[in-house]
Ligand binder design. Structure first.
Ligand code: H2U
Length: 350
């Protein structure tokens, strides 16, 4: 592949994990910006906020008590998008009017009792507890008879619609596999059937050979900006070993995942020296009782900021109506992220 040509000329890139395409316009990254800028609110937060629904010992919006938890804490979302009971029957009125009932459960997971921390500021041993909680919830929710898919995710920062700065994530467990993981299911299954290896194993070998999109790696994980990245500083953490689900990890891999999560998010915070917003989530095998050897789970980070703490990438006109588009190339984004320190800027001495 002629990388120097890709760095200068408009082109489309294929995402083999989803089958989607993305338009890349490298020549456009210097366009002037006089549009919306985001507010940077970086006021120091207290370790405990009496008004926060997620802080230990406080009353939540619906009157439930958040207990005095000391590490991580999971609870059923008080405003769940899907519910375990649903009496609706599937509705079909000809081929053009179809609706289906959806059963499920939503959980909120508090990463820490400390209101003033975020993942990149947390101690490694405490991030490891988040990994353990994800694994526990994936297993427990996956065992519910009506749950076929468990989506673990995190919205960080007000720009990403995060409703509360207390460090937390969510898990939605449901009856059907939603569309993005379903696309990945089909694409990985096709690849595995043809090659007998997971798509991401082969992809990692080639990325490690090329190096230009690699951010960092250890014995267990590789963090990189994917060739098909959509968001300006999108990245994925991929286990070297093909594993269908996070519950397949051994102890050393769990520790290494906590470390990779910290290393990537510290680099993100250091990029513009702000608490870097993103939505992130884990894609893994459905919980349908099958082994899914085609699945190679991965942790995807989708951050909106583009060129500073105040200017984000808008996925609007063309992206909403045609397909995803980016200006800065994934290789350039990787080079910038690679050049950043893994010591959080708030701790770095001048
Ligand atoms: P986000 O910050 O990603 O929006 O997630 C917070 C979730 O916490 C949100 O889905 C839930 C909201 O419904 N929540 C409760 O369940 N109880 C509360 O008292 C406040 C927020």
């Amino acid at each position: 592949m002629q990388q120097d040509q890709l760095s200068e000329n408009p082109h489309r890139r294929y995402n083999p994990l989803t089958g989607d395409w993305i338009l890349v316009s490298p020549h456009r990254s210097k366009r002037p910006w006089q549009g919306q800028t985001e507010k940077v609110v970086e006021a120091k937060r207290p370790a405990h906020d009496p008004a926060c629904y997620l802080c230990p010992g406080n009353v939540r919006a619906n009157g439930e008590l958040t207990p005095d938890y000391e590490s991580v804490f999971a609870f059923n979302n008080d405003f769940s998008a899907i519910l375990p009971e649903n009496s609706l029957k599937n509705v079909q009125d000809g081929p053009l009017f179809r609706a289906e009932a959806e059963k499920g459960l939503c959980k909120v997971i508090c990463f820490s009792p400390r209101h003033d921390l975020t993942i990149p500021e947390m101690a490694l041993k405490d991030i490891r507890k988040v990994v353990d909680l994800w694994r526990h919830e994936y297993t427990a929710l996956g065992k519910l008879p009506f749950v076929k898919h468990v989506q673990i995710f995190e919205n960080k920062g007000a720009v990403q619609g995060c409703s509360n700065p207390h460090p937390h994530g969510q898990i939605w467990a449901q009856q059907h596999t939603p569309q993005i993981p379903q696309k990945k299911q089909l694409q990985q299954a096709k690849y595995f059937k043809k090659h007998g290896r997971t798509l991401l194993s082969d992809y990692l070998i080639q990325e490690l050979d090329k190096q230009e999109r690699i951010l960092f790696q250890d014995h267990h994980f590789v963090a990189l900006v994917p060739f098909w990245a959509v968001w300006p500083f999108e990245a994925i953490i991929v286990p070297r070993r093909p594993m269908a689900r996070i519950t397949d990890m051994d102890e050393a891999e769990c520790d290494a995942l906590a470390e990779a999560y910290q290393r990537l998010t510290v680099r993100y915070d250091n990029l513009f020296e702000v608490s870097f917003p993103y939505s992130a989530g884990i894609h893994q095998a459905p919980t349908d009782g099958k082994s899914h050897p085609e699945w190679h789970w991965h942790f995807t980070f989708l951050p909106p900021l583009l060129r500073s703490a105040t200017v984000k990438k808008f996925m609007v006109g063309y992206e909403m109506l045609a397909e995803a588009q980016r200006d800065i190339t994934p290789e350039k984004a990787a080079e910038i992220l690679r050049g950043l320190s893994e010591v959080h800027y708030s701790l770095a001495t001048a």
